[in-house]
Design a protein around this ligand. Structure first.
Ligand code: A3P
Length: 314
């Protein structure tokens, strides 16, 4: 997952040596770049992406903070956009391929080289990022491409990340106290953090420019999936005709369907991550079985402080 030193350019090494760094939760060292805490490989990926990525007006960018529903949205957006080419059938790509390789991860792909080409992608191009809004490549902001942002209740994001970390690196995380991890999460000191700033930036952007940024929550998507999927389809320019069925796509992309597939139970991504790490419980409020009341309160207090006055509640 994380690049080793030998892949880093001299430019990246120089940049890294000027950045604040700390030992982090789940990683031995993380760096603060443009306000976000990142691995060294991701810093290189972001710099490459900011310099070289050119957005097209027709592009669709999925933005999330990790563990907020990226896998689900990747599946839904892919199925929606390409439904003429790939109607729901036994040959659908999502039945044989995990959603992650179907939708490129911008700054992730740029970790290895500045020469990444997305020209092979069918139009409209669909790509994903975990970047906060202020770190997006300029062309994403200046073009007419669309951004779909999905966020999720912070307690569920934390718990999902907690279990994901334990699954990916059981030795490193075995003795890591959950209290320390909650503290790191609330301070924004985890890979991809801080959480609240990430959400708020996209929230305000979506209010300022609703044709550019669509703000979706995991919870609403879970509670009224068909309504939300239709709203997303409309926003990205492939709305449903009155007689067209949305339920097949919803079912195809549901946790129940995707998590049962062989490719998502036994598969591995090219970076070595087991695909089943992306399918755990898929519930609203699942944090209750992992967080004590007092730790939940710590996150709730931070939540109130950060979201107070924004109009956002969880
Ligand atoms: P839990 O760990 O709470 O189960 P991401 O894709 O951003 O990494 O987020 C992973 C979270 O989304 C996990 O949450 C995972 O189970 C859930 N998830 C994955 N696919 C899903 C789907 N099709 N529907 C709903 N939730 C899904």
């Amino acid at each position: 997952v994380y690049l080793t030193d030998e892949y880093l350019t001299q430019e990246t090494r120089d940049l890294l040596s000027s950045l604040p760094s700390e030992k982090g939760w789940l990683v031995s060292k993380m760096y603060q770049f443009e306000g976000s805490w990142l691995t060294q490989g991701l810093v290189q990926g972001i710099v490459n992406c900011q310099k070289h990525f050119e957005a097209n007006d027709s592009d669709i960018i999925l933005a999330t903070i990790p563990k907020s529903g990226t896998t689900w949205l990747k599946a839904l957006l892919f199925a929606l956009i390409h439904r003429d080419k790939f109607p729901v059938s036994s040959n659908h790509p999502l039945l044989a391929t995990n959603p992650h390789p179907l939708v490129p991860y911008l700054e992730g792909d740029y970790r290895v080289s500045p020469d990444v080409s997305f020209s092979e992608l069918p139009s409209p191009r669909l790509m994903q990022t975990h970047l906060p809004h202020h770190s997006l490549p300029v062309s994403i902001k200046s073009s007419s491409c669309k951004i779909v942002y999905c966020c999720r209740n912070p307690k569920d994001v934390f718990v999902s990340l907690w279990h994901f970390g334990r699954k990916l690196s059981p030795e490193e995380t075995a003795d890591y106290p959950i209290e320390t991890a909650v503290d790191a999460f609330c301070k924004g000191k985890f890979i991809g953090g801080p959480f609240w700033d990430h959400v708020l930036e996209y929230w305000y952007e979506s209010r300022k420019n609703p044709n550019k940024v669509l703000f979706v929550t995991y919870e609403e998507l879970k509670k009224q999936t068909e309504v939300e999927v239709k709203r997303i389809a409309e926003f990205i320019g492939c709305g449903f005709a009155a007689e067209e069925e949305v339920s097949e796509i919803v079912k195809l992309c549901s946790f129940e369907s995707l998590s049962k597939l062989e490719v998502n139970r036994q598969g591995k991504l090219p970076n070595g991550i087991q695909t089943n790490a992306f399918f755990r419980k898929g519930e609203i409020g699942g944090w209750r079985d992992t967080l004590s009341e007092s730790l939940a309160e710590v996150i709730d207090r931070t939540n109130e402080d950060k979201f107070g006055g924004s109009g956002l509640t969880f």
